[in-house]
Design a protein around this ligand. Structure first.
Ligand code: UDP
Ligand code: MG
Length: 343
């Protein structure tokens, strides 16, 4: 088997602080792997700018002029982590045998990538990077993550424990992934559904090199909620059960208070009444809200909007063309992404 063409896809959202190091580390690793004959010389590093508002695209653009191995993809606006990953994966699909995705902050151990390739050569279409422990995480992140996995498991969503978006996908897996047409793509949940032979590679996860997390608590909760409602109808069932239970409670207590009447006692307890009203009202609101959430999902899916829009694709540009030295060409590229006139 000839050496596989590898593309390393990195989603970047406002990562100017960490990007220079990231580019250096990853392109260094890539050129070593090419040198060792582990991967094809046509392997590339693809940095996806997910509508950043800082100098991220400028850094990507300049790096791609200076280094053949580095390519850039600019999304028209912020599409979110998962969609940025998809944009990179699908852009690189044709030209690559396998694709590794890794976060820009290099929390994941890049030395696991050669191991991914070994597994790929053994015939794995999916290789999951799994962190050994969460010691380096803050106590808070550790607890919320633990809660997330437990909750997802309870809801019947199969996730690879302690695996985030550091993974290898072979061409066949990517081709199949393309057939999952949902707008709300939750990769960690979808990838295990693809199947094929897979493997796990364990590594130590480090702290963010620089910059700050793009997943504050609000986004994390949203992510978890999306993950659950995109994958399971258990919450709706739970609400149904709650509703039935609430009805039973009110029937039983109603019978009780009614029978009290026969014994000459009156239960004129406002408290019970108010509590009951609030309880039932609350339950109904929760139920309607949950159902609304699912209907909202259906609404979004039915529109079939594109998950991401590409502004500039340097991945599929030949290096020679990109590297024009005519005055002004560079800015022309940087701002509009259009090819300079070549005649
Ligand atoms: N990211 C992105 N778009 C977004 C948010 C994040 O492309 O809207 C990227 C970000 O640049 C990073 C990765 O997704 O490469 C993971 O984000 P982060 O490291 O902030 O998340 P954490 O590791 O804290 O969960
Ligand atoms: Mg991170």
């Amino acid at each position: 088997m000839s050496e596989p063409v590898l593309t390393i896809v990195v989603p970047c959202y406002n990562e100017e602080e960490v990007l220079p190091v990231t580019i250096q580390e990853l392109s260094g690793l890539l050129s070593r792997m090419i040198g060792d004959g582990r991967v094809s010389p046509r392997s590339r590093l693809l940095l996806v700018d997910d509508g950043s508002r800082d100098r991220t695209w400028e850094l990507i653009y300049k790096a791609s002029l200076a280094n053949q191995l580095v390519k850039g993809l600019k999304l028209a606006r912020n599409a979110g982590h998962q969609n940025a990953l998809l944009a990179g994966i699908f852009t690189a699909k044709e030209a690559s045998d396998c694709i590794v995705t890794i976060d820009a902050d290099l929390q994941d151990d890049i030395t696991a990538i050669p191991e991914f390739i070994e597994k790929y050569k053994d015939g794995c279409e999916v290789v999951y990077g799994v962190r050994k422990s969460r010691k380096k995480d803050t106590w808070f992140k550790r607890c919320t993550a633990q809660g997330f996995y437990t909750l997802m498991a309870k809801m019947g969503v199969n996730l690879v424990y302690n695996h985030a978006d550091f993974r290898l996908l072979g061409k066949r897996a990517v081709t199949e992934l393309e057939r999952f047409r949902e707008i709300n793509m939750f990769l960690r949940g979808v990838i295990p559904l693809i199947g094929f032979k897979s493997a796990e590679v364990f590594y130590d996860r480090k702290e963010r090199l620089a910059g700050e997390s793009k997943y504050p608590l609000r986004k994390m909760l949203g992510f978890a909620f999306d993950g659950i409602t995109s994958f399971s109808v258990t919450p709706i069932r739970l609400v149904l059960t709650l509703g039935v239970a609430a009805c039973l409670v009110s029937i039983l207590s109603g019978t009780y208070f009614f029978s009290l009447k026969f014994f000459g006692e009156t239960a004129s307890e406002w408290t019970t009444l108010i509590i009951t009203i609030w309880l039932i009202g609350g339950l109904q609101l929760v139920a309607i809200g949950l159902i609304g959430e699912y209907i909202g999902k259906i609404y979004k899916e039915s529109k079939q909007r594109p998950k991401f829009i590409i502004d500039i694709d340097m991945f599929n540009l030949p290096f020679g063309l990109m590297n024009q030295t005519e005055p002004g060409t560079e800015r022309y590229h940087l701002d509009s992404g259009k090819l300079p006139e070549t005649n």
